[in-house]
Ligand binder design. Sequence first.
Ligand code: FAD
Length: 305
Amino acid sequence: MAETPYDVMIAGMGPAGITAAIFAQRLGLRSVVLGDIPGGNLYMIESLMNFPGFPGGVPGTQFGAMAFQQAAQEGAEFPMARLERLTHAESRFHGVDANGQGYRASAAIAATGRVPKRLPVPRASMKGIHFCSICDGPLYRGQRAALAVVGSDNAAAQHAVSLSRIADQVLLVCRSSRLKMDAAHQRLIAAQPNIRVMVGHEVAGFEGSDVVEALVLKATGGEQHAVRVDGVFLAIGWTPNTALFDLSVDRTAEGYLKTDARLMTSFPGLFAAGDVRDTDMWQVVTACADGARAARSAAEFLETR
Ligand SMILES: Cc1cc2nc3c(=O)[nH]c(=O)nc-3n(C[C@H](O)[C@H](O)[C@H](O)COP(=O)(O)OP(=O)(O)OC[C@H]3O[C@@H](n4cnc5c(N)ncnc54)[C@H](O)[C@@H]3O)c2cc1C
């Protein structure tokens, strides 16, 4: 198969991949960005309120479209197809997209993001079901809201604590008979009088016509009952999109790509940026910062070869 040659191949068109493309082009690297949704997960953000420079917020789709346009103006190429597989042979990365087109590059940047795990229950995609308290918690500010967090690990604790400053009541629902968070997080939870913990309950479904109005809970071996809530935040995990990387590369137990300080993975020349990498903050601003750093590190890597 004929392969088009590039300096850097970028998988993913979200904020990390697009920023990587802008920086790569400006550093003089010919770059190709594989993906089919300009802006990646930005389309899910109704109004991006926490990115500097946009007082009053900006619709995620608009931000994504503008970033895409900027990268295209810098000369990055967008075949508008997802990357099916990335391999490495003879000192080059080789990629094949969904249309069967081949690409090769001396460096590659993984910016494929992650997808939230959903509950395997009816109506699990209703409005009012969220995955990110930093992003969507402020929607409930000043509403005397009753919110629920589903999960039991440290991430669930952090969601519950940050929401307890916004909502009147926060219900933390945990399927197992005890919380899986560490002792420090348990103390944080215990210190918030408006957080109620309910262990040994699983979510059986949601009620509401359009927007979620109640959470249907089922006690282990017991009856179902509904609890009124204005919103639900799921903290039951995410799946990083890494199946396409057909390379031996170090990952965390959850599958995130491990990187060093320059954002290079354990596979020389493969960098990772944004939500797909092992990080502790999954936000647009951090994804953009990662994209910039990964592009610069890729340029340095190519210079030393
Ligand atoms: C509902 C919701 C609300 C959010 N609100 C906010 C907010 O208010 N503020 C904020 O800062 N952050 C928010 N976030 C988080 C933010 O969207 C992410 O942190 C950010 O988009 C990460 O950027 P990324 O480029 O790493 O990944 P993504 O934006 O996920 O982009 C990666 C893209 O790569 C694609 N991809 C996957 N596999 C392949 C492949 N094989 N080939 C090509 N492409 C592939 C994915 O489909 C995706 O489109 C929110 C997230 C969600 C889900």
